[in-house]
Design a protein around this ligand. Sequence first.
Ligand code: FES
Length: 91
Amino acid sequence: MTHIVKVMDGFSFMPREGQTLLEALESERVEIDYQCRQGFCGACQVELLAGEVEYEQEPVAFVPPGRILPCCCRTRSDITIEIPESQRKTG
Ligand code: FES
């Protein structure tokens, strides 16, 4: 089932089946910082404001409450996320 991802600056999109949230964001040309893409480093974390995500495997990195790791999660419902300024890639 396809869910809607709303990014807090006002735009929404639907990830394709099987995409991680990071892959889906990249498909929409939203670039965020990442390193391992496997849940080890915590570099990619964004804020989850509403909805639920699921991890195929519990991430090794510490994930503070209210945050998620887009590199290794998929949507479980429609979600709203906020990408902290520090996570956005520039250039
Ligand atoms: S890029 Fe390392 S945990 Fe997501």
